[in-house]
Ligand binder design. Structure first.
Ligand SMILES: NC(=O)CC[C@H](N)C(=O)O
Length: 303
């Protein structure tokens, strides 16, 4: 099991409702994975304010004030830190990669949930409904959100084993399934200089995609490459600040449903997670085909 949900909003009028809609989707998938959960939200004005770099730090082991002071001392600018459950959402008027480097220097062992110009990633161990409540997810805003409820198959139940894996700037990946050759691909990536945070199979796919994107490939090309490189079972939802993509393995035994209207595109492991979305009665709804890359971008939305 494991539950995946994602919502890509096309209509700005809906942005204030993103968190409430995503919370409903995530909590509906609690029985597919109740050991841990995570979310990624793009565009919340307080979690990742426009024009500032943002990072998420998990279980830092210092107070928010201490973290703000330590990072401000590294960067020489004001740093804002807010706690949501065990995740600290940090932002500053610098590029997110600069903020990330400062965080790694000040807290070398810290778990980084994600980073980017518009991204907030929150993860934790526990029941998804309790985590969503602790994060205040229902109050979040933005143009895109992703969620995952985990039933661990490949690594320990820890925050580091929870999805999303958000290992490249403004990128995020969630997975239902298990890869059978992840150890081999991990060794190849390590040989290419890639570093890992966990033993999880999904992290290997996220690092693989980030490596492809960093080499200049487009998301759909990177996902085609993923299909030819990885063995095993997967339904994946891969997002970037401007895109939203879904792909399944050749057997497609892990469930997935996509729904689309003029106002939004949504994806979930099961339809019941989509049933409350506004306008669902008139949505085009289908099951994604094996090894077909379904990909939407914000450029198309504003075109
Ligand atoms: N149940 C699942 O789909 C698990 C996903 C992934 N293999 C993990 O352990 O995190």
């Amino acid at each position: 099991m494991c539950g995946i949900v994602g919502l890509h909003l096309r209509k700005p009028d809906l942005y204030p409702r993103l968190g409430a809609l995503l919370a409903g989707m995530l909590c509906e998938m609690e029985d597919r994975g109740a050991d841990s959960a995570g979310i990624a939200v793009y565009g919340d004005p307080t979690w990742s304010p426009a024009g500032r770099g943002a990072i998420s730090l998990i279980a830092v082991g210092a107070s928010t004030d201490e973290v703000a002071r330590a990072l401000a001392a590294e960067l020489g600018v004001d740093v804002s830190v807010q706690a949501r459950g065990t995740t600290y959402l940090v932002n500053a008027g610098v590029d997110s990669e600069e903020l990330l480097a400062a965080a790694r220097k000040a807290y070398p062992k810290v778990l980084v949930g994600g980073f980017g110009s518009d991204l907030a990633v929150l993860k934790g161990v526990g029941r998804p409904t309790a985590l969503a409540e602790a994060w205040g997810l229902a109050g979040a805003q933005g143009w895109q959100g992703v969620g995952h409820t985990r039933m661990a198959t490949e690594s320990a139940v820890t925050a580091g084993g929870a999805h999303p894996y958000a290992v490249g700037p403004d990128q995020c990946l969630v997975h239902n399934g298990s890869f059978s050759n992840h150890a081999t691909v991990r060794r190849e990536l390590i040989a290419a200089g890639v570093e890992f945070d966990s033993q999880n199979d999904t992290e290997v796919a996220a690092r693989f995609v980030a490596h492809q994107l960093a080499a200049g490939k487009e998301v759909d090309v990177a996902l085609k490459e993923l299909c030819t490189t990885f063995d095993g079972f997967y339904t994946l939802l891969v997002s970037h600040r401007d895109s939203f993509a879904v792909v399944r393995d050749a057997i497609a035994c892990k469930p997935a449903v996509i729904a689309e209207t003029d106002d939004w595109v949504a994806m979930a492991s099961e339809f019941r997670a989509l049933a409350h979305l506004p306008g669902i009665e008139a949505a085009r709804i289908w099951e994604p085909e094996p090894e077909v890359i379904y990909h939407w971008t914000r450029a198309e939305v504003s075109a």
